[in-house]
Design a protein around this ligand. Structure first.
Ligand SMILES: [Zn+2]
Length: 349
């Protein structure tokens, strides 16, 4: 099968690898229908996170179950499934409390299994998925091809944006600032609107992303950063700060921005993959009674809540995919995101 392998910075190659098969009783093999490039894949692509060795890449996929192991009870060949980017056992204490991304056995699509074997990346034709019963989510048939991009966002970015909003305490009547205008930030805007926030301020410096943020429900856009950005938020809110902030970048500056725009007693939901550097200013949190929550999103936990709204068309988070590529154009799909020619690259197989 053809699959994507990263060899180093700016070095993305499509390679021929053996087609995966069931190795453990809990495995499923999925034929990938759609995948995409994640902002966190770009950490490798840009050389920010050094590579020990070339490895398959990509952790977001939807597809059709091809084969299942003998212990898999809830899946059948032919089922259309969403693979949450993190795979979980469904039985440990964290899983039982809806924190599947903190599972005792957690791994990610494209990571390694409990035996240390390399898993298939999502940006390929097939993938072996361990812990399949407790990880994969079946989409009721028939699946409308037009809904596939939005279904794919539930594997990661929409679930992650929702996690930011939930962790930030967003609810009916609240005011929220979203820091970050990548796909996750835009999905956080959509999630905040869905949860009933009345004022949603997107911090964005890019016209195309700001326009999409407004379509997703942002009431205001602030292009400035730092103290000027905080002042702009206050001006929009009649001299007040926001109840909540969603930190969707993962840098020291973005966390400082999120902490700076929330009121005393407010909440920050953070989902940006920490890119090195940021340390929480505990003194500031103490003095201003700010709650910080979040982390890696338990996509599996949120999909049952979000899926009906995607299937009904009530939300259309797939609009974050501003360009489609074939698998043979995977290198360009990365370059397009790296150069910000697209918000997020969709890979159709
Ligand atoms: Zn678990």
């Amino acid at each position: 099968m053809r699959t994507t392998v990263i060899h180093g910075p700016q070095d993305i190659r499509l390679e021929e690898r053996p087609r995966p098969r069931v190795l453990d009783p809990g495995d499923a093999v999925v034929r990938v229908v759609a995948s995409c490039v994640c902002g966190s894949d770009l950490w490798d692509y840009r050389g920010i996170r050094p590579l020990a060795a070339p490895h398959p890449i990509g952790h977001e996929l939807v597809g059709v179950v091809e084969a299942v192991g003998s212990a898999v009870a809830s899946l059948l060949p032919g089922d259309f499934v969403i693979a949450p980017f993190s795979l979980s056992d469904g039985t440990c204490q964290a899983c039982r409390h809806g924190a599947e991304s903190a599972c005792d056995q957690v791994t990610v699509v494209g990571g390694t299994d409990k035996e240390g074997r390399q898993l298939d990346g999502a940006q390929g034709e097939f993938a072996r998925i361990p812990l399949a019963d407790s990880s994969l989510v079946v989409v009721p048939e028939p699946v409308d091809p037009a809904r596939i991009p939005s279904l794919l966002t539930l594997a990661d970015v929409m679930s992650t944006g929702h996690h930011a909003a939930v962790s930030a305490g967003v609810g009916p009547g609240t005011t929220v600032v979203v820091v970050g205008d990548g796909a996750v930030g835009l999905c956080a805007v959509l999630a905040a609107a869905r949860l009933g926030a009345t004022r949603i301020i997107a911090m964005s410096r890019h016209d195309d992303r700001a326009a999409l943020a407004r379509e997703f429900g942002a009431t205001d856009v602030v292009a400035s950063r730092g103290d000027t950005g905080i002042a702009a938020v206050k001006e929009l809110l009649g001299g007040n700060l926001a109840d909540s902030a969603c930190e969707c970048v993962g840098t020291e500056q973005s966390m400082a921005q999120a902490l700076g725009v929330v009121r005393g007693g407010g909440r920050v939901g953070f989902v940006g993959v920490p890119a090195g550097g940021p340390q929480l200013p505990v003194g500031q949190l103490f003095a201003r009674n700010i709650t910080v929550g979040g982390g890696m999103a338990p996509a599996h936990h949120y999909i049952p809540e979000l899926l009906p709204d995607v299937l009904s068309g009530a939300i259309d988070p797939g609009r974050v995919f501003t360009q489609e590529f074939g698998l043979e154009d995977i290198a360009d799909a990365y370059a397009a995101m790296d150069e910000r020619r697209v918000v997020k690259s969709l890979i159709r197989l």
